[in-house]
Design a protein around this ligand. Structure first.
Ligand SMILES: Nc1ncnc2c1ncn2[C@@H]1O[C@H](COP(=O)(O)OP(=O)(O)O)[C@@H](O)[C@H]1O
Ligand SMILES: [Mg+2]
Length: 463
């Protein structure tokens, strides 16, 4: 089995990256410096060769004849004093050597001699191959009196190259040292900046469902951490909200369930207190049935949402005639609406759509039940279905007080009830409608003008 590899710490990673960047920059600068030095040295060495030949030409020009060169070599050899890497040969027109300092065992190349009248330029300098490295040499003609002599000046550059290679070693060492220092400093600096992150972690560790009101302070944090902190705080807001609603729901659910259970208990106790007639038992059972149904509905709704959450619910789409469906729902609620003095109307085009019939009924039932409940006596609840560019829209609207704007963002949340009076259900109805619409890939929207009208629209997109 592979051992689990821990990812490298961010601090180390940033510090290493930093040192890599520093090392690369050092390397680039070092290479540039090295090449500049190399070029400068080559240029100055060549210029020096020219200078020496000029000097030698002048000395020779001051002599009466070529023979005088051989007689007094002092002034010429003096020009090379202190330069062991130079080699000078002066020969007469017939090739006879007039002067020769220690010459290399390697042959010098046969290069053209610069005529006596022409001044030397850098182009007159040539490479030659001594035992080590590369050398430079020049050949020029000088005039001793009126006799031409051949001046050959060569230079080995091995000491210069050694200097350069020493320099490059020094540069490399400095580079390694600098990169190491940058790594260490980088590590310290990055570690220091990460302190903030640790304080965030410490804060996060304090958070607990019972202490969800803790927030990270983001004002004085650096930008990157501020963004993270804000996202974190927003998440905490949502969590706190959810946990609060959930615990509120637990209390509400317990309360809602207690009422029917208490009723059942009391009625049963009273019934059992003495002998009853069959009719009385029948009555008791009928009344109990209502409470059982209420309880069953609550449990069923909670279960339904849990199943949607766990994606255990499969859609069973059937081609439906929407006007017939709405008419059926209308007929179902008609008596109830009449009882509370609300007029119920249907206005549906003959439309067909592929929708799960059970879920459609459930969604519209929830909306209609809400609408009837929130419509004052004498008001109306209107059901409609019509085609829209995106697909098909079913609306349920009702007159009445409507929903205050502050409730709108939460109205589809689970267990949310705008009116805290316990006349309504558990606050699951609209979240079930929304879940059903999401299952169908549709959308639910709400338009409420308080005091006038509330309209819920279900959009079933074309499939
Ligand atoms: N047609 C409506 N008019 C006014 N308020 C409404 C309407 N429909 C829903 N509401 C508000 O939305 C809340 C949530 O509705 P719902 O999820 O069905 O829960 P419940 O009906 O169980 O209270 C209701 O408590 C109610 O305050
Ligand atoms: Mg409801």
């Amino acid at each position: 089995m592979n051992p689990v590899r821990r990812p490298m710490s961010l601090t180390l990673r940033v510090a290493l990256l930093l040192s890599a960047v520093v090392a690369a920059s050092f390397l680039a600068v070092g290479a540039y410096l090295y090449h500049t030095l190399q070029r400068q040295m080559a240029y100055r060495d060549d210029a020096e060769l020219i200078g020496k030949v000029d000097q030698i030409r002048r000395i020779i020009a001051g002599l009466p004849s070529a023979a005088a060169i051989a007689q007094d070599q002092g002034p010429l050899t003096d020009t090379l004093f202190g330069h062991n890497d130079f080699m000078l040969k002066v020969s007469a027109a017939d090739g006879r050597a007039l002067l020769q300092t220690s010459l290399t065992s390697r042959p010098l190349p046969q290069v053209d001699s610069v005529p006596a009248r022409r001044t030397l330029t850098l182009e007159d300098i040539h490479d030659w191959q001594p035992a080590a490295g590369v050398g430079r040499m020049v050949r020029a003609t000088g005039m001793a009196g009126n006799e031409p002599v051949q001046i050959t000046l060569a230079r080995e550059r091995s000491d210069r190259l050694k200097l350069l290679s020493n320099y490059s070693v020094d540069l490399l060492l400095a580079l390694c040292g600098g990169a190491l220092l940058a790594t260490l400093l980088g590590y310290v600096v990055v570690r220091h900046s990460m302190r903030r992150l640790r304080s965030v972690i410490a804060k996060a560790n304090q958070i607990h469902t019972s202490r969800l009101n803790t927030r990270l302070s983001v004002q004085d944090a650096p930008v990157e951490l501020r963004e993270m902190g804000e996202a974190f705080n927003a998440m905490l807001n949502r969590l706190e909200d959810g946990v609060q609603r959930l615990s509120g729901f637990a209390a509400d659910l317990a309360h809602d369930m207690r009422t029917p259970v208490n009723t059942l208990m009391v009625e049963t106790q009273v019934a059992l207190a003495r002998q009853r007639s069959a009719e009385e038992y029948q009555q008791l059972l009928a009344s109990n049935l209502e409470e059982y149904e209420r309880l069953a509905r609550m449990i069923e709704n909670t279960l339904f949402l849990a199943r949607v959450d766990n994606a255990q619910l499969a859609l069973q789409r059937v081609t439906l005639d929407l006007s017939a469906e709405l008419q059926r729902i209308h007929d179902y609620f008609e008596i109830l609406a009449e009882d509370v003095g609300v007029r119920l109307s249907v206005d549906a085009q003959p439309l067909q759509a592929d929708i799960d019939p059970v879920l459609l009924q459930r969604a519209v039932n929830n909306l209609v039940a809400n609408a009837i409940r929130h419509t004052p006596q004498g008001g109306t609840v209107a059901l409609s279905a019509h085609a829209v560019p995106d697909g098909i829209e079913i609306t349920v609207s009702n007159s009445g007080p409507g929903i205050a704007p502050e409730h709108l963002p939460h109205i589809f949340d689970r267990y949310y009830r705008a009116d805290q009076a316990r006349t309504s259900g558990a606050g699951l109805g609209l979240s079930i409608v929304r879940a059903i619409m999401e299952l169908h890939g549709g959308k639910i929207s709400l338009d409420s003008r308080p005091g006038e009208q509330t309209r819920f629209s279900l959009l079933f997109k074309k499939i």
